[in-house]
Design a protein around this ligand. Sequence first.
Ligand code: DAH
Length: 340
Amino acid sequence: MTENIDSYIEEVESFNSGNQDEIEQFRIKFLSKKGIISTLFTQLKDVPADQKKEFGQRLNLLKNKATDKVKILKEQSVSSAQEPVVDDLTSPPEPLPLGTRHPVSIVRNEIIDIFSKIGFTISEGPEIEDDWHVFSGLNFPDEHPARDMQDTFFIEKNPDILLRTHTSSVQIRVMENEKPPIRKIFPGRVFRNEVISARAHCIFHQVEGLYIDKNVSFADLKQTLLFFAKEMFGENTQIRLRPAFFPFTEPSAEMDVSCTICKGKGCNVCKYTGFLEILGCGMVDPNVLESSDISSVEYTGFAFGMGIERVAMLKYHINDLRLFFENDTRFLNQFKGDIT
Ligand code: DAH
């Protein structure tokens, strides 16, 4: 009778599988209630007395071997399922997704590079400002509409603490602390209480420029801005200055560049004018110089201010300002080649 058991022992010893279903089949066959081993145990009572001992020992051996085998194979199949399957050790690793520089940063850096070529250095000022630096020091009359809640985010009233609505505020900060000659640009973030649309946002970025020295003229302003326009938009770019009004410059102008799309021929982007507005500028108003303790007899200066998003829109032909703030990677990834 024990030969029978021995052949089962052999079968158990030689069984091998990494497949969980096969291991389960094996367990059922040998170790379940109606399996081979418990059937053999029920036969024990019929075994002749002189063979009982050996039969019992062989049967226990079979049971232990089968139990161990199931335990080991189950453990192995679980741990191998957790191990990653490595097919080809020479294949390259998964590439790490690389970030890209934001188009506003790209254009800001480009503006900084262009002006640094002609001797402008950078200063920055606070985003939370007082009335003096944003309005009064810049010659805004008390009743000027820009001071209105409609345009300005106030943090406190009396004395007024507010989010700066333009980077012109840094002009005042710099003039307080430095004596001419001053030749600087001020990049930064500004805030206006605007309804968000394709053309306006409540947060955007500007670069302000200020040049104060003896004998600075409007011709210097024009040459500086022409140089900027050609560097930014290409050698054949033309500029056009239209008279305008700003409280802090006199005379003031708005500058247009020849349309970046039709090159001045006329298209629907430039509304068939051939030009696109890009910045405000002018000669620093003597009141502004004097209120910062700079002699308007000895010194003159020019200032200009432009929106970075606006320059980026013209450069990359983007028609919705909101795209800059949504951080949709499908939009941002298009600027991959432009890391500067
Ligand atoms: N601060 C103006 C604005 O936010 C832009 C500007 C216009 C700045 C004329 C200047 C300037 O320095 O001279 O709309």
